[in-house]
Design a protein around this ligand. Sequence first.
Ligand SMILES: NC(=O)c1ccc[n+]([C@@H]2O[C@H](COP(=O)([O-])OP(=O)(O)OC[C@H]3O[C@@H](n4cnc5c(N)ncnc54)[C@H](O)[C@@H]3O)[C@@H](O)[C@H]2O)c1
Length: 369
Amino acid sequence: MSAASNGTERITVRGEAPYDVAIGRDIIDELVRAELPEAATRVAIIHPPTLVQQAEDLRLRVTDSGRAVIIIEVPDGERAKTTAVADYCWSVLGEAGFTRLDTIIGFGGGATTDLAGFVAATWLRGVPLIQVPTTLLAMVDAAVGGKTGINTTAGKNLVGCFYPPKAVICDLLTLESMPIADYITGMAEVIKCGFISDPIILDLVEASPAQACDPTADVVPELVSRAVQVKADVVGDDLKESVGRASIGREVLNYGHTLGHAIERVENYSWRHGSAISVGMVFAAELSHRAGLLSFDVVARHRAVLSAIGLPIAYPAGRWPELVAGIKLDKKTRADLLRFVVLHDIAAPAILEGPDSAILVAAYEAISG
Ligand SMILES: NC(=O)c1ccc[n+]([C@@H]2O[C@H](COP(=O)([O-])OP(=O)(O)OC[C@H]3O[C@@H](n4cnc5c(N)ncnc54)[C@H](O)[C@@H]3O)[C@@H](O)[C@H]2O)c1
């Protein structure tokens, strides 16, 4: 992590094509212009309808730098991640004569940056991409790591590719227009980074839960930077989520997600992602404890820190069979063997494969309210 004199943090994501994630307040203009390749004469900004005004402001700034700007408004959220919307983007790029020297900016939440990344990776077999995430989840997760994707009839995120951006710009000012409930659920991913790797994140949230819930608070740049650093370190070590590695690799980022994804599926995606993984982390901690790996103090710390910012820590009783069926559908489950990221301690993750069903049920009972 390094801080520039204006307070902007820069975190490098290692790999074949390393790139920086910049984190600061009110940095879009300066950085978008600095990061745009000299040779780009056209820039396409892909954004959702919710950000129409901010996209227009961005368009004016980029136009000032002498480039032609093409605005591509796409549907909101998941509705953008379809082949039809990708096709629409490709047709706009084609009409504009978009070349390999030109640049796409993904400006929005994780759904928009996933789509923009996929379009950039596939147009002319790859054009430069700058990701400008505008939700907390997109800043600390979706826009960092180079995974792009869309949803198809076969399932969510099953079509996509790894395509590193040239840069990621996290302007914390954009978070201030987010609905607060979405911002707080994004904080679940930040807290996850605390449990799997960086306990200072937990200390900061515990010291002032109210500040952690306020996107304008002084603690937010540090929380975001620390979470991005955790993700950057993990993906830098395992660029393409390789299977069969000796170390955990990217799978560690799945802490709390095995049950979390099952909850999302059982609830028909009506739960926010962060709420589902919040419950999933308490479950993973209980499971770790019941497998004899984790002290009960750390389990209690999960409940305390997550509930302090208003995240759920329990799930209704009696739904274990549905949840197990959901877990088995997860693309990360291998050959029907249930697999969980667990903890030996804070910042000491491991994989637990095929745990005894008695401890799974006991962990579920411990979280069912
Ligand atoms: N590529 C990856 O590695 C990765 C990792 C995690 C999640 N994801 C993907 O990310 C997506 C979820 O991301 P998300 O939670 O950001 O959802 P999202 O992109 O659907 O955004 C949530 C809502 O917030 C709105 N919004 C965005 N920025 C805003 C702002 N600054 N102010 C007000 N409203 C704003 C959006 O228009 C949308 O309505 C999913 O599609 C998921 O699959 C990808």
